[in-house]
Design a protein around this ligand. Structure first.
Ligand code: G5P
Ligand code: MG
Length: 221
């Protein structure tokens, strides 16, 4: 590891914009630890923890989990994080969450994936995930080697309860109302970097080049 002691990044973008997909590519190249709030909530739902039971009722409705619940969960995880370099995906998602995060950690960079809503809808009905790792597939864009099976573990893939078209509509509305203001919040702080496009494979080279300028010494061998 080089001279840089800390790198704290956030990846943002509407549901289905490719946060999980791009994060997978980032952690293959850079020594950053990825923490997805959605993945963490889904693990809690699967294990039927107290947080999981609360979260499920909101997630299945396409609504955001209350700020205090998710903030406590994520700040706790950040405390236990083994790495000084991390990439948060899906948090913060409201201005109160961003302010709560600011109180404990300064964010260096916010990667904003600006993908039009029309592009997103079809992606989500074709999405399959490996729930314990959060690995994402798509029957068209990046299918698993064997249908319905995770490439790495051989375990079955599942579809997300909240990827039904009517729930996706609600998630997009929640994004507009509650998450878009977070972009303004970070733009004012001068840390926002927006990447626009309709295809991950076209967006990714720009994200990669940007990160190379930001953290050349955090690159994996
Ligand atoms: P999540 O889990 O954070 P979302 O809605 O923010 O959920 P999501 O759906 O996980 O985001 P993504 O990660 O941005 O989307 O996208 P992805 O999974 O990488 O890609 C989507 C699909 O498109 C995949 O199948 C992928 O293979 C495919 N794909 C990618 N690129 C391309 C491409 O170029 N072309 C094509 N054709 N396909 C492509 O949060 C879930 C819920 O948890 C709660 C909320 O209820 C939320 O709704 N939650 C919170 N609540 C409050 N506060 C928070 N901070 C919360 N965090 C989570
Ligand atoms: Mg995701």
């Amino acid at each position: 590891m080089g001279s840089r002691m800390l790198f704290r990044a956030v990846i943002m973008g509407p549901p289905g914009s490719g946060k999980g997909t791009i994060s997978e590519r980032i952690v293959k190249l850079f020594a950053l630890q990825h923490l997805s709030s959605g993945d963490l909530l889904r693990v809690n739902i699967q294990k039927k923890t107290e947080i999981g039971l609360v979260a499920k009722s909101y997630i299945d409705q396409g609504q955001l989990v209350p700020d205090d619940v998710i903030t406590k969960l994520i700040l706790q995880e950040l405390n236990n994080m083994g790495s000084n370099h991390w990439l948060l995906d899906g948090f913060p998602r409201t201005v109160p969450q961003a302010k709560a995060l600011d109180n404990v950690q300064q964010i260096d960079t916010v990667i904003d994936l600006n993908v039009p809503f029309e592009t997103i809808r079809d992606r989500l009905t074709a999405r399959w995930i490996h729930s314990s790792s959060g690995r994402v597939y798509n029957t068209e864009f990046n299918p698993p080697k064997v249908k319905g099976i995770d490439d790495l573990t051989g375990e079955p893939l599942i579809q997300r309860e909240d990827d039904k078209p009517e729930t996706v509509t609600k998630r997009l509305k929640a994004y507009e109302a509650l998450t878009r203001p977070v972009l303004e919040y970070y733009r004012d702080k001068g840390v926002l970097k927006t990447f626009s496009g309709t295809e991950t494979n076209k967006i990714w080279p720009h994200v990669q080049a940007f990160l190379l300028t930001k953290l050349p010494d955090v690159r994996k061998e």
